[in-house]
Design a binder for this molecule. Structure first.
Ligand code: WTA
Length: 666
C-alpha cells in the first residue's frame, strides 16, 4: 500500500502570466521506508555543509589523484576552476584502479544486444584489456593528449570503450547521438575540429539496421580535419571503406598489447578538457558544452553514489542513450568511477515485444532503474500486463530525468514497476550542469509525485522573479543557481560571448537555467518546463529555431515558425506553421516531404508532429513572430494579448486551420 499522506499547504498561487503559471497541485507524499533509510548512503547531515568543505571531502574520498589538489575552488564569475593543482585521469579512476584493488572480476557491464540472445559480459578486467588495446591502437594512429575525437555509434560496449580510451590518452571526445543526421554530425565534428571519427557499421533498432557508417560517410565529405575513421563491427553488414582513411576496429587493435603498463593513463590537470557535448540552445547553432576532468568526475561520482544509493552489489540500469549527457554521466563516467555493475541495452523497449525491459530487469536482477518520464508514459499506455509477466522484486529504487514527470506517471511507475515500495528519485539537471542538481536523497527525503524536491548538497538553487528577487513559497519564477558546482560547464566551445550571454546575463551573479520552477511551503522544488525557445520532446532538447531553419531550407518554404505544445506521450510535440512560396500547394504529401526534410537535416526526433500551412504568420509591427500566440493556438487556448499584432485577422485564420488540421497528426 502506498503510504500517502496529505501534505500541508493550500492551492498554489499562480504568478503573473508573463512570468510562469504555477498551477500544479499535488498533495501526496511518501516518506522514506525505514528499512531503506537505515542503510542509505545519504544522510541529512550532508545538507548545510559549507561548499568547499563538502566538495573537498568528496573529491578526496571518491577520486584517486596522481597529484593531490591544493585548492578546492577558484571562482571568477562566470568561470570556475575546481581542485586546482590536482592531477588525475578519468580512465584510471573508472577502470584501472578497480582492477588494481582486486575487483577485476566484478562485472562492469551486462550488455544486452537487441537481437534476442546477443549478450556480452564485461568485467572490469575485461574492460581494462579492451580499453588498453584500443587506446594503444589509437596512439599508434597519432592520437594523443589534446587530439579531438568524434564518436558516432550505437549502444554497444565499444562506445564506452572508445570514450574511455580517449580519456586514457587525454584526447577529448565528442559523442554524437547515433540518431542524429549526417548534417548534424558534420556540424559537430567541424566545430570541435575532430581529427579522428570512431563509428560502427550499423546499429540495431527495433529490428532495423541503422546505417551509421553510411551516414558518417555522408558527413565526412565535408569534414576536412578528419584523417582517420575507425569502424567497429556490429551487424557485419557491408560497408564501404575508404582506403587510406577508414580502418576496421580490429585492425586498429591488431598486435597491440593489453598490459596497462604499455599504455599508461595520461596525467591530466584537473581543468583539462574531458569532452564536449553539443546541445540545443535558442539559436540554430548547437552549443559545444565544455566539461573538464576533475570537477566533472567528482560531481558525477558523488551524485551517483548518493542519489542512486549505490552499494557494492547494486545492479544499476540507466536506460538512456550514451549519446546524451545522461549516458555520459550516468552510464559511463559516474557508475564506472564508483565501480558499479551496470546494464547496457542496445535497442528499443518493444523489441521483440513490449516486455523487453522487464525481462532485462528480471534476468540481471536490476536493483536501480533510471529512465525518462516519456518512457514511463509509453509503458503506461501499453499497460502493466507486460511488467506483470516478470519478477521485478529486485528493484529497490527508481529514477527519472529529462522533463517534469506528471504525478500520474510517477504513481504508475511506483505501483507497477516499483511494487508500491520503491522510492523514486526525480532528478533535475542539464547537459550544462553535468551532474544531478535537484533530487531527493533516497532514505532521507520525503518524495512527492512530480517534485524533484531538494537541491543536492552543495548546490545553491533558487527561484526568482523577473527582477531576480526570490519568490514566495508557491509562486512561480525562474530557476537560478547562485554558486558554482564542480561538474558545471566551463564554457561554450569557441564562444565565450555566447556563454556569458546565455547563462550569466539574465540575472547578474547567477546561472540562468532556462527552466521555470516553484518552491512549495516545505521547500520542495517543482519544475515547470522551459521558459525560452527550447522544446523538450521525449526528454530531448530541441530549439524552435533549429527546426525553423531546417524548414526554410526547403525550397518550397517561405517562412516557418515552430513551437511546442503539450503532448501526453512525448511531453511536448512540435507544431510548425509554414507559409509556402508561390507555386507550391499545401497537401498531406507536402507535409510528409517537409517532415522528412527536417529528419534529414536534424534527425527524426526533430520532426514536427503537425504542420499547419498558412498564408501569413502572426507578427508584431516590427516583424517579430509572436510565438506566444502560436503556442496558444497550438494548445487550443484562448488567445492572450493580441494588441501588438500587425494584422489581428491572421491568428483567427491560423486557429481555424490548426483546428482543421488537428486530425492530420503524424
Ligand atoms: C529538463 C538532461 C523537469 C529541463 C539531463 C532541463 C527536467 C532540460 C528534469 C535539460 C526533471 C531535465 N524535471 N525537467 N527531473 N530533468 N529536465 O540538457 O527543462 O538534455 O533544462 O539534460 O531538461 O535537458 P538536457
Amino acid at each position: 500500500m502506498p503510504q500517502a499522506e496529505v501534505a500541508e499547504g493550500g492551492p498554489t498561487v499562480s504568478a503573473d502570466r508573463n512570468v510562469i503559471d504555477a498551477l500544479q497541485e499535488e498533495r501526496r507524499s511518501f516518506p522514506p521506508p525505514p528499512e531503506f533509510a537505515a542503510e542509505a548512503n545519504g544522510t541529512g547531515a550532508l545538507y548545510g555543509r559549507d561548499l568547499e568543505g563538502f566538495w573537498g571531502d568528496e573529491a578526496r574520498t571518491r577520486i584517486s589523484w596522481f597529484t593531490p589538489f591544493d585548492r578546492v575552488l577558484e571562482w571568477e564569475l562566470p568561470y570556475a576552476k575546481w581542485f586546482l593543482g590536482g592531477q588525475l585521469n578519468a580512465c584510471y579512476n573508472c577502470v584501472d584502479r578497480h582492477v588494481e584493488a582486486g575487483r577485476g572480476a566484478k562485472v562492469a557491464y551486462h550488455w544486452e544486444g537487441e537481437p534476442d540472445g546477443d549478450r556480452r559480459t564485461l568485467t572490469y578486467a575485461d574492460l581494462q584489456r579492451e580499453v588498453v588495446r584500443f587506446a594503444g591502437g589509437l596512439r599508434r594512429l597519432g592520437v594523443g593528449k589534446g587530439t579531438p575525437v568524434g564518436i558516432y555509434m550505437g549502444m554497444v560496449p565499444e562506445q564506452a570503450i572508445a570514450m574511455l580510451a580517449c580519456a586514457r590518452l587525454g584526447a577529448p571526445h565528442t559523442v554524437v547521438f547515433g540518431g542524429f543526421s549526417p548534417e548534424a554530425l558534420e556540424g559537430r565534428l567541424n566545430d570541435m575540429g575532430c581529427e579522428v571519427l570512431i563509428t560502427q557499421d550499423e546499429g540495431w533498432r527495433r529490428g532495423n539496421r541503422v546505417p551509421l557508417k553510411v551516414n558518417a560517410d555522408q558527413a565526412l565529405t565535408h569534414t576536412p580535419a578528419i584523417r582517420t575513421v575507425v569502424v567497429a563491427r556490429r551487424t557485419g553488414g557491408p560497408v564501404a571503406m575508404t582506403p587510406g582513411r577508414d580502418l576496421e576496429w580490429d585492425a586498429v587493435t591488431a598486435g597491440v598489447a593489453d598490459d596497462p603498463a604499455t599504455c599508461p593513463c595520461e596525467p591530466m590537470d584537473a581543468e583539462d578538457l574531458l569532452y564536449l557535448l553539443y546541445t540545443s540552445g535558442t539559436t540554430a547553432r548547437p552549443k559545444g558544452i565544455v566539461h573538464t576532468t576533475a570537477g566533472y568526475l567528482v560531481g558525477v561520482s558523488a551524485t551517483h553514489h548518493y542519489v542512486f544509493d549505490i552499494k557494492p552489489d547494486t545492479v544499476y540500469w540507466c536506460a538512456a542513450d550514451i549519446g546524451w549527457v545522461t549516458g555520459h554521466s550516468y552510464i559511463v563516467y559516474g557508475p564506472l568511477c564508483n565501480g558499479t555493475t551496470s546494464v547496457l541495452y542496445e535497442g528499443t523497449p518493444d523489441f521483440p515485444d513490449r516486455d523487453r525491459w522487464w525481462s532485462i530487469v528480471e534476468r540481471y536482477g536490476v536493483t536501480v532503474l533510471y529512465t525518462a518520464p516519456t518512457s514511463i508514459r509509453t509503458h503506461m499506455r501499453w499497460g502493466e500486463a507486460y511488467a506483470q509477466r516478470h519478477d521485478l522484486s529486485s528493484l529497490r529504487l527508481l529514477g527519472t530525468v529529462g522533463e517534469p514527470i506528471n504525478p500520474e506517471a510517477w504513481m504508475w511507475y511506483r505501483e507497477h514497476i516499483g511494487g508500491g515500495r520503491t522510492p523514486i528519485v526525480d532528478t533535475w539537471w542539464q547537459t550544462e550542469t553535468g551532474m544531478i542538481m535537484i533530487s531527493p536523497l533516497p532514505g532521507v527525503t520525503t518524495c512527492k509525485p512530480g517534485s524533484a524536491t531538494r537541491p543536492f548538497p552543495g548546490v545553491d538553487a533558487r527561484v526568482v522573479d523577473d527582477k531576480g528577487r526570490e519568490v514566495a513559497p508557491g509562486a512561480g519564477g525562474y530557476l537560478v543557481i547562485r554558486a558554482p558546482w564542480p561538474a558545471m560547464l566551463r564554457g561554450i566551445h569557441r564562444d565565450p560571448e555566447r556563454y556569458r550571454e546565455t547563462y550569466w546575463s539574465r540575472f547578474p551573479g547567477a546561472y540562468f537555467v532556462g527552466d521555470g520552477a516553484r518552491v512549495d511551503e516545505d521547500g520542495d522544488f517543482w519544475l515547470l518546463g522551459r521558459v525560452d525557445d527550447v522544446m523538450n520532446v521525449s526528454a530531448h532538447r530541441i530549439s524552435t529555431i533549429e527546426v525553423e531553419s531546417a524548414l526554410v531550407d526547403h525550397p518550397s518554404v517561405a517562412e516557418a515558425a515552430v513551437c511546442g505544445r503539450s503532448d501526453p506521450q512525448t511531453g511536448q510535440a512540435i507544431v510548425a506553421y509554414v507559409t509556402l512560396k508561390a507555386g507550391h500547394q499545401p497537401s498531406v504529401e507536402h507535409m510528409a516531404r517537409l517532415r522528412a526534410h527536417v529528419a534529414a537535416r536534424i534527425g527524426k526526433i526533430a520532426m514536427p508532429a503537425n504542420i499547419v500551412f498558412t498564408t501569413e504568420l502572426p507578427k508584431t509591427r516590427s516583424g517579430k513572430i509572436m510565438r506566444r500566440l502560436l503556442r496558444d493556438v497550438a494548445e487550443h487556448r484562448p488567445l492572450g494579448d493580441t494588441t501588438t499584432l500587425a494584422d489581428p485577422s491572421v491568428v483567427e485564420e491560423l486557429r481555424v486551420r490548426a483546428q482543421a488540421d488537428g486530425g492530420q497528426e503524424a
